[in-house]
Design a protein around this ligand. Structure first.
Ligand code: ACO
Length: 330
């Protein structure tokens, strides 16, 4: 029996109302709108309101994706949540979202941590599970409240991140050569310490000293991450295109992880594909980690930048350092 295609049936996204501008940040740490814009392309980011959790943002994004697909939570039997900012260390945020959304108890629900590549990892996982024939409809969500793990006194990181969520509904189709055509996933585990939260896990549980030292906040070696990110995203993009004998010029739109405009510009140069084929919203949201790709995908679809028959390339990298690409035909 032929393996069915796995297709995106709907997309949705949510960002908190609170906008934090570069000018506001420059009153909190020694930075400037000019520095942030020229180094990263970011103008502003969204910050979750008091009491607004990762699961709350995920639920709004998921409801929008379900409405877009013409389905309800009752149709979902697989819920995958990519996040590095779960509501709680235990249990999975997917279970909290399941309850808030009303996804039935027979659905498989779990979290997945591949940082900013998490959504592409989650999409690949969900599609493989759907292809097995054991699941029918999946919700794949990328949701983050990075404002909760950013050190707001540390200018080298706090200017880069924001909060938000994006979601897709995935199902099977008998139509050949559509949907998720393939992925390339990988990781450089020798570079864990380039981007991490050093304390607070099982290896070194939080102590009064570690909290006072700010070791439960995200730490990043920006320059090294930048170089590895460009290399990993370029290779992941090339690899998936080569696997499917697709020339970069055949790609209608690239949805890159929105970490830094200069990283996206470098990929555009390496792939020899003009910037107008890249969807960019990093200026408005900053880096929202696992939410970044599905949020951009939803905005791109709603802006009419993706049409039936188009090829779309998703490409991301993140802490781990993980990387991933996905080739989709609509
Ligand atoms: N405002 C003003 N000056 C600053 C700021 C700031 N916010 N941050 C750093 N600086 C200073 C530095 O202290 C340094 O000063 P010095 O030369 O006196 O030492 C100077 O600016 C230059 O700093 P660099 O780190 O060399 O700046 P760079 O051009 O590399 O840009 C940046 C920094 C934006 C962080 C860049 O390296 C980058 O984007 N790296 C990739 C980060 C990334 O994508 N992370 C996301 C990973 S995905 C995930 O999983 C979360």
């Amino acid at each position: 029996m032929a393996i069915p295609s796995t297709v995106i049936l709907g997309t949705g996204s949510y960002t908190p109302k609170r906008v934090l501008t570069n000018d506001e940040l420059s009153k909190q740490v020694e930075t400037s709108d000019e520095w942030i814009r020229t180094r990263s392309g970011i103008r502003e980011r969204r910050i979750a309101g008091p009491g607004e959790s990762t699961s709350d943002m995920a639920v709004f994004a998921a409801q929008a994706a379900l409405a877009d697909a013409g389905l309800t939570a009752a149709d979902i039997d697989l819920l995958v949540v990519a996040t590095v900012t779960p509501d709680l260390p235990l249990p999975a945020t997917a279970c909290i979202i399941q309850h808030k959304l009303g996804v039935p108890s027979h659905a498989a629900c779990f979290d997945l941590n591949a940082a900013c590549s998490g959504f592409i990892y989650g999409l690949d996982t969900a599609c493989a599970m759907l292809s097995s024939g054991r699941y029918r409809k999946a919700l794949v969500i990328g949701a983050e409240k990075l404002s909760s793990i950013v050190d707001w006194k540390e200018r080298t990181t706090c200017v880069l991140f924001g909060d938000g969520a994006g979601a897709v509904v995935v199902g099977c189709s008998e139509e050949p050569n559509v949907g998720l055509l393939g992925t390339k996933l990988g990781a450089y585990g020798d570079s864990v310490e380039l981007l991490w939260i050093p304390k607070g896990g099982s290896n070194s549980p939080a102590t009064a000293e570690s909290i006072a030292a700010g070791d439960h906040f995200m730490k990043m070696k920006g320059k090294e991450v930048f170089k590895l990110a460009v290399r990993a995203m370029d290779e992941a993009a090339r690899d998936i295109l080569e696997q499917h004998s697709i020339h970069p010029d055949q790609i209608g739109l690239v949805i890159p992880h929105q970490a830094n405009l200069r990283i996206i510009e470098a990929i555009s140069k390496y792939l020899n594909l003009p910037m107008d084929r890249f969807f960019v919203n990093v200026d408005r949201y900053g880096n929202t980690s696992a939410a970044s790709v599905p949020l951009a995908l939803d905005e791109a679809r709603k802006a009419g930048r993706i049409k039936k028959g188009d090829y779309t390339l998703l490409v991301a990298f993140g802490a781990g350092l993980t990387y991933g690409s996905a080739l989709i035909r609509w």
